[in-house]
Design a protein around this ligand. Structure first.
Ligand code: NAD
Length: 495
């Protein structure tokens, strides 16, 4: 079990003295905002040393498709704390996103993104917004498992695991408890994705019962997102699967005033990475115009994480003072609200000149550490009773009439199996489909047992052999299981 203190530090890892971190300056506006951020950290007295590594575009274009060398991994793993500026993932096939790889390799399952309005000093339609998005960081469609299966159809696997759900949802509740927040909301689309998002919602309901002092609620993501964009003050902490969290944390940051204002902490059991939520904004690079605040906010979360909360507090209060004074970069500059438009360097210098001051109008921050976050390691549950009760064979076929396909694939069924349904893009087209339904060349043919309710793996192999002999192009098989007697696969739409 890991015990975290108020500032996200494992007690054994609290570094009261000098701490060595890994720094990557990244691409686009990355080097400018990193230089500005480091200048502020050192001026404020952060007890840091850093080792710099090269990651991103240059490494990709030098032929390393992961964007990072082995030596850089070694440095990141040794130092355990990584401050990273945004990087550019080159367009086109073959380049894997280094951000996603880093989060997954290092097990950084929790991505915490606070989005708070700074009204009336930064213009926003949402003056009292103060939302923290806790985004699951390793799973979902970001598993990055994609395949083209037919001429017309590609697929991406959405993977959601029980350990993944338990870890992120517990983190959200522990974070809420630690930060004295009152409510945790869960966003999913489990009315459609009953297995994947359904699991996330189910685990949310289970874990919520352990925190009776914290209000909990669930929203379907579409109306939840609309409500967040319109009435963000209705929310406090929101936990959600990876893709929704990625999209909605940008929306949430942007509606506080600018995507350039928000930082992000990626927390794992051993390592942590801190960054801005925005990207490398290549069009703004090299002009000394970018707002360094997002990365600075990430760096402040990092200081809290490594136990240097006094420095974190000093910088945050100086930053709030700077914004309150109206010293603004172009992205938040507004005639009548702002006083002076400054570049990246000048903004950093103003924050430095405000070190030691506390804001007069915005609430000053005070980071204290009373509650220790309790994040137990995942314990595997007892295995459920698992019964194989059918198979889905996905077939590449360019005909148009599902009745013809049904006749053809019925012949490949192994002994004691029979074709029970064909769907196309999830909608049932046989038996009794609609002639209006548009069909592609990718068909799911479901086989169920004639007698009894379990099948043997040999029947799958036999069916595949029959398909080969009869020239039926099977591009994928999925086993249909019951877990503890409950069918654990989707029905055909319209079935
Ligand atoms: P982006 O966030 O880089 O920029 C979008 C726009 O937001 C910019 O054009 C700019 O107007 C504004 N903006 C962003 N950051 C700003 C700042 N600090 N100050 C002022 N204005 C700012 O998004 P994008 O253009 O879609 O992506 C550019 C590149 O960044 C892509 O290669 C993408 O893969 C990468 N990216 C990296 C990360 C990361 O490293 N964590 C995250 C997202 C995107």
């Amino acid at each position: 079990m890991q015990i975290y203190d108020k500032n996200n530090s494992t007690l054994s890892e609290i570094h009261k003295t000098m701490k060595t971190i890994t720094v990557a300056k990244g691409d686009g506006i990355g080097p400018e905002i990193m230089d500005a951020t480091l200048k502020i950290l050192f001026a404020a007295g952060a007890k840091l040393k850093f080792e710099e590594i090269e990651v991103g575009e240059k490494v990709y274009l030098a032929g390393n498709s992961s964007g990072i060398s082995q030596e850089s991994w070694d440095i990141i793993r040794k130092n355990k704390v990584f401050l990273k500026a945004p990087i550019t993932t080159p367009q086109g096939g073959g380049y894997k996103s280094l951000n996603v790889t880093t989060r997954k390799f290092l097990g950084l399952y929790s991505n915490v993104r606070p989005c708070k309005s700074l009204h009336p000093f930064v213009e926003t339609k949402h003056p009292i917004m103060d939302v923290v998005i806790v985004r699951e960081n390793e799973e979902d469609l970001y598993a990055g498992i994609e395949h083209q299966q037919t001429d017309e159809v590609v697929q991406c696997l959405k993977l959601i695991s029980r350990p993944g759900c338990e870890k992120i949802i517990r983190y959200a509740f522990e974070y809420a408890k630690q930060q004295n927040r009152k409510k945790v909301t869960c966003f999913t689309k489990d009315n459609i994705m009953k297995q994947t998002d359904g699991l996330f919602h189910k685990v949310f309901d289970e874990i919520a019962t352990e925190y009776p002092e914290i209000e909990n609620e669930h929203w379907i993501i579409d109306i939840g997102a609309a409500k967040l964009a319109d009435t963000p003050e209705a929310f406090d902490v929101i936990v959600m699967p990876n893709l929704y969290g990625d999209v909605l944390s940008d929306v949430a940051a942007q509606i506080t005033g600018s995507v350039g204002l928000a930082g992000s902490a990626n927390i794992g059991e051993e390592c942590a990475m801190f960054e801005a939520i925005h990207g490398s904004a290549p069009r703004r690079a090299g002009q000394n115009v970018a707002n360094p605040s997002g990365l600075l906010q990430g760096a402040i979360m990092m200081l809290n994480h490594i136990g240097q909360s006094t420095v974190a507090e000093k910088i945050q209060n100086a930053w709030l003072t700077t914004l309150e004074e109206g010293t603004h970069t172009y992205d938040i500059y507004k005639e009548g609200v702002s006083k002076i438009k400054v570049g990246t360097n000048e903004f950093a210098d103003t924050v430095i000149s405000n070190l030691g001051k506390t804001p007069q109008h915005l609430a000053p921050v005070k980071y204290d550490s009373t509650y220790q976050m309790v994040l137990p390691k995942y314990k595997r549950k007892n295995a459920a009773k698992k019964e194989l009760e059918g198979i889905d064979l996905f077939v590449h076929w360019t005909g148009e009439n599902p009745n013809e396909l049904a006749e053809k694939v019925s012949k490949i069924a192994a002994k004691n199996l029979k074709l029970s349904m064909i769907t196309n893009r999830g909608i049932k087209v046989w038996p009794e489909g609609f002639k209006e339904t548009f069909c592609t060349d990718h068909w799911r043919c479901r086989f169920k047992p004639i007698n009894g309710d379990e099948i043997e793996k040999e029947q799958i192999i036999e069916s595949l052999k029959n398909a080969l002999n009869l020239g039926v192009d099977v591009v994928k098989t999925e086993n249909l299981y019951r877990f503890d007697g409950v069918a654990a696969y989707s029905l055909g739409q319209g079935q």
